[in-house]
Design a protein around this ligand. Sequence first.
Ligand SMILES: C=C(CC[C@@H](C)[C@H]1CC[C@H]2C3=CC[C@H]4[C@H](C)[C@@H](O)CC[C@]4(C)[C@H]3CC[C@]12C)C(C)C
Ligand SMILES: C[S@@+](CC[C@H](N)C(=O)[O-])C[C@H]1O[C@@H](n2cnc3c(N)ncnc32)[C@H](O)[C@@H]1O
Length: 361
Amino acid sequence: MDSFGLFCTGALLACGLYWFLCLLGPAEQKGKRAVHLSGGSISSEKVRDNYKQYWSFFRQPKEIETAEKVPDFVDTFYNLVTDIYEWGWGQSFHFSPSITGKSHREATRLHEEMAVDLIQVKPGDRILDVGCGVGGPMRAIAAHSRANVVGITINDYQVNRARLHNKKAGLDSLCEVVCGNFLEMPFKDNSFDGAYSIEATCHAPKLEDVYAEVFRVLKPGSLYVSYEWVTTDKYRADNPEHVEVIQGIERGDALPGLRSYKDIAEIAKKVGFEVVKEKDLAMPPALPWWTRLKMGRIAYWRNHVLVTVLAAIGIAPKGTVDVHDMLFKTADYLTRGGDSGIFSPMHMILLRKPQVPPSKS
Ligand SMILES: C=C(CC[C@@H](C)[C@H]1CC[C@H]2C3=CC[C@H]4[C@H](C)[C@@H](O)CC[C@]4(C)[C@H]3CC[C@]12C)C(C)C
Ligand SMILES: C[S@@+](CC[C@H](N)C(=O)[O-])C[C@H]1O[C@@H](n2cnc3c(N)ncnc32)[C@H](O)[C@@H]1O
C-alpha cells in the first residue's frame, strides 16, 4: 500500500473510532458520553474495590440484618451506576408504561407529570422529591406545575449532576437539591405543600421509616404520591424461578428486600396517612414498561464493547466493566419480572396527611 492508501485507511479508522466512541455513545441527547464515564464520587482506582464491597453486601439481600448500613451501600451503588444510567437511559432513573405513538422520552415525561397532577399542587407551592436522582423528574415536574421542588438524594455526585442540569435547563430558580438521608430528613415539620417519590423508597430497609419522615414534613391536608417497586399477587415464594428473579432484581438494584404490594397501604396507614388511591400502573391496558429494556439488546452489546475498550485503554475506571455487566444481568431479571407479571416498579399509592392528627388511643 502506498502512503496515500495508508493515510486514507488511517483516517477512515480514526473516523470510525470517533463515531463509535463519541457519537454512538450517548443514548439520549445531551446525556453523558461514554468517554466521560466515572465512578461518581469514588476515585477511579477505587471503583473496582467499591464494586466488590457493594456486591458482597447485596449478594444475599434477604439476609441483611444490618439495616443501618444500607444507606451507605446505596450511596456506593449510585456512585458506581449514575454515569452509566445517564449515558444509557437518560436523566430520569425510572420506568414508565410504553405508549403507542410516543417516544420513551415522552412516556417518561407523562409518567412524571401524572405524579404531580395527583398531588394537586399550585404554582409557587413548595414540594418535596424524595430520592431525586439527577433530577429528570424534578425538572419535568417544576416546568409542568411551576411549583418549587426540593429534591433529596443520599448521593453527593447526583447532587452536583442535578444542580448542573437544573442550571442548564434554566430551572435552578424552581429546583433545589439537598444531599441527605430520606430516613432522617433535614427539613422542618409541616414545611411542604406536597411530596412525591419515584422508584426511590424501595431502597429503604423499612418503608415505615421513610413514610414517617414524609408525614412529618408535610403540611396537614397535603398529599404524597409514591411509585413503589413491589412483588405482585402473581409472585409465589415457593416458586424457585420467582425467587431467582426477585433476588436478581434486589442484588442488581441495591434493594434491601422487595415488599409485597399488599404491605404498602398498611404501612402508610400505620404512620398516620389516609389512603386516597392505590393502583398498579403497570396493569393492562397499560403497555409493558419493560419493552424499553428488551429492545436494547444490540445496544447493550455495543455498550459492553465500548465500556470494555474504554476501560482497557484507561479512559473509564477499571471496575466499570463489572458494573456494566451487573446492570446487563439486572436488565434481564427486570424483563423476566415484567414478562411474568410477578414484579411491578410502578405500584402507585396516593396518601393524604389528615388535617387533624389521629388521636393516640
Ligand atoms: C429505580 C431504579 C433504576 C431503574 C432503571 C432506571 C435502571 C434499572 C436497570 C438499569 C439498566 C440496565 C441495563 C443497562 C445497560 C446494560 C447499559 O448498557 C446502559 C444502561 C442500562 C440500560 C441501565 C439503565 C438504567 C436501568 C434501566 C432502581 C435502582 C431502584
Ligand atoms: C432509582 S433512583 C430514582 C431517582 C429519581 N426519583 C428518578 O426517577 O430519576 C433512586 C434515588 O433514591 C435515592 N436514595 C436511595 N436511598 C436514599 C436515602 N436513604 N436517602 C436519600 N436518598 C436515597 C438515590 O440516591 C437515588 O437518587
